[in-house]
Design a protein around this ligand. Structure first.
Ligand code: PLP
Length: 372
């Protein structure tokens, strides 16, 4: 019989590899060596079972405390989730339980998991328009808020363009109505605090109720790892269930949960300097890439990049044709919808030479398509 592990290796070798620098569509990346090591060391641990694995409980408490400090509320509570989707589901679940209301308002740029969460929780998802700057139109959102609003959601680092909604202004309207305000910083949460972002977006704003931030994106932790934080400790208690057969209680969506993700996230908080350098590099490369794209005829940036995402459009060429031409040259990119464009996420697996060769190929693609 052929060695099954050999078959696995062969299959895996056919995937695109982050190290090639050719993946521009992913918000995940190669984990840091130390977070991977922590993950492997805790591989068989179960965060549901503190009797067997007290270390995981302790590490989770410490990681949540670190995250609380990072997001300006050392008293925040929360837990390590499987990623942004779970965090958004649980945040809205709590908003529903606390308010007894059934409507959620979010700008159309919000990640699709928010709509999914609403469907799951029996909540009505009400999308609100964007302003000309592609960020939430706060006045339009305010008009749609009413007595049934359970929560509003803002994004700090939108999936499509990497933009931060006007969180402070949104906090204002949430405060006026005493409404739960969830900030989805699944992508931006591990970038904004390390780049001295000038605007307020976290628990500094007293109206921000919860924050999602994913270690498995810019935190450089292996998949799966998300973080969900709440302003008040008692809020998470509304989800508490007895796990009679283990003699414990849980406040999480999942039952059995990977302690490996907890350990890896804990280590990521200890490696702040290393991650800061990686993030600075990504932001520097983002600027280079944006400048290079601006110089290519018929291409226009959709917006000035705020985080490490560049998106461009073309008035002349079809976006699909550009995507296909890039794919023929071995680049994996993704698309934006509003407006139609190409989206490039610049991650720690990218180097200056990847950016240079991408720009060279992009220029060639445009030339080829214009000459058709
Ligand atoms: N929120 C935002 C802003 C995202 O960009 C993403 C994923 O890209 C998610 C939530 C969902 O995260 P996950 O795929 O880890 O569940």
């Amino acid at each position: 019989m052929e060695d099954p592990l050999k078959i696995l290796r062969e299959k895996r070798a056919k995937d695109f590899q982050y190290e090639s620098g050719r993946i521009f569509s992913s918000m995940c990346t190669v984990p840091l060596r130390e977070t991977l090591k922590a993950y492997i060391d805790f591989m068989e641990t179960n965060a549901l079972d503190p009797k067997i694995f007290p270390s995981v409980k302790e590490l989770e408490r410490e990681a949540v405390a670190e995250a609380g400090k990072l997001f300006s509320n050392p008293n925040a509570t929360g837990y390590i989730t499987s990623g942004g989707t779970e965090s958004n589901i649980v945040a809205l679940w709590i908003a529903r339980e606390l308010s007894g209301k059934k409507e959620v308002l979010a700008p159309v740029s919000v990640h699709y998991s928010v709509e999914k969460a609403c469907a799951l929780l029996g909540l009505k998802f009400i999308p609100t328009p964007l302003g000309e700057d592609h960020r939430a139109d706060v006045e339009a959102m305010k008009e749609k808020m009413g007595p049934k609003t359970a929560a509003i959601v803002g994004t700090a680092g939108t999936t499509s363009l990497g933009l931060v909604d006007p969180i402070e202004e949104m906090a204002g309207i949430a405060g006026d109505r005493k409404c739960f305000f969830h900030v989805d910083a699944s992508f931006g949460g591990f970038v904004l605090p390390l780049m001295n972002y000038p605007k307020k977006w976290d628990f500094t704003l007293p109206q921000v109720s919860s924050i999602a931030a994913d270690p498995h994106k810019m935190g450089m932790v292996p998949i799966p790892a998300g973080l969900l934080l709440f302003r008040r400790k008692r809020w998470l208690r509304v989800l508490e269930r007895n796990v009679a057969y283990l003699g414990t209680k849980t406040q999480t969506l999942l039952g059995t949960r990977p302690g490996a993700s907890v350990a890896a996230t804990w280590v990521a908080f200890k490696l702040l300097e290393k991650r800061k350098k990686a993030i600075e590099r990504c932001l520097e490369l983002t600027k280079k890439l944006a400048r290079g794209i601006q110089r290519i005829e018929t291409l226009d940036l959709i917006t000035k990049p705020e985080l490490n995402i560049v998106a461009f459009k073309s008035e002349v060429l079809k976006i699909q044709s550009i995507e296909k031409a890039l794919e023929r040259r071995g680049w994996i990119v993704s698309r934006t919808e509003l407006p139609a464009g190409i989206r490039l996420v610049i991650m720690p697996h990218h180097s200056p030479s990847h950016i240079r060769s991408f720009l060279r190929d992009l220029k060639e693609c445009v030339r080829e398509l214009l000459s058709r």
